[in-house]
Design a protein around this ligand. Structure first.
Ligand code: PLP
Length: 224
């Protein structure tokens, strides 16, 4: 077995069956993705629209594509016809644009709100208070072509795993509060997307339902 196949099998054997594995294939080639696909994996994550489009065109149509990167409103239209999940909604304006393009395509697109949990200033995302403001707005009630499925977060890039754990715990607590306040009777609000190659085990312990793993499957990236 090649490494990619082995890595996929290893990860799947370690993850609880309730946790979805998003194989982050950014910067990786069509052949590398196909190798994971032939190992039985069908959920892939990309963080750039211009990279996702040719991959979508060239790869099998039963692949489920998750968009995990920062998304500009003017690019939503390119992925709206096919994208299966958007993990990184960080404004009402973006959500409204996704809704508009989903409507044009006669689709409902599952979305997660990205919450800022890391210390780094550079990471995108909302804080919980900003999210509450969005969820209280009149405008969001009009959006019929998106489905709000939960929250996503990225922990600080650090070796201090107790710190990472605290950030994941904070996100899980935020999820619980938002669920109880806004989605109590909505069974679709159920996802916490957290955990990457270096910290997915901790994320799962803290309640992750979707891990986004790249380098532990495909090897190191030269650029990201
Ligand atoms: C690149 C990326 C990942 C995967 O990172 P690895 O450390 O390679 O597992 C996960 N989530 C997001 C948002 C990413 O951009």
């Amino acid at each position: 077995m090649s490494n990619i196949t082995e890595n996929i099998k290893y990860l799947k054997s370690r993850l609880p069956s309730s946790v979805r594995l998003v194989a982050v294939s950014k910067t990786k080639t069509r052949d590398e993705i196909l190798e994971a696909y032939h190992a039985g994996h069908t959920i892939f994550g990309e963080n750039k629209v211009q990279e996702l489009l040719p991959k979508y065109e060239q790869l099998p149509k039963d692949i489920e594509w998750h968009y995990i990167g920062h998304l500009q409103t003017n690019k939503v239209k390119y992925i709206a016809p096919f994208v299966n999940f958007i993990h990184s909604v960080d404004s009402l304006k973006l959500l409204a644009e996704i809704n508009k393009e989903a409507n044009k395509n006669n689709r409902i697109i599952p979305c997660l709100f990205e919450i800022h949990i890391a210390q780094e200033e550079t990471k995108y995302g909302l804080d919980i208070e900003e999210l509450k403001t969005i969820l209280c707005s009149e405008e969001i009630k009009q959006l019929q072509n998106i489905s709000i499925c939960g929250l996503m977060g990225m922990a600080t890039f650090t070796d201090d795993m107790e710190h990472v754990r605290k950030e994941f715990r904070f996100l899980a607590a935020g999820f619980k509060e938002i669920k109880e306040t806004f989605f109590k009777t909505n069974s679709g609000f159920k996802e916490i997307s957290m955990g990457m190659s270096g910290d997915y085990k901790i994320a799962v312990e803290e309640g992750s339902t979707m891990v986004r793993v790249g380098s532990s499957i495909f090897g190191d990236r030269i650029y990201s």
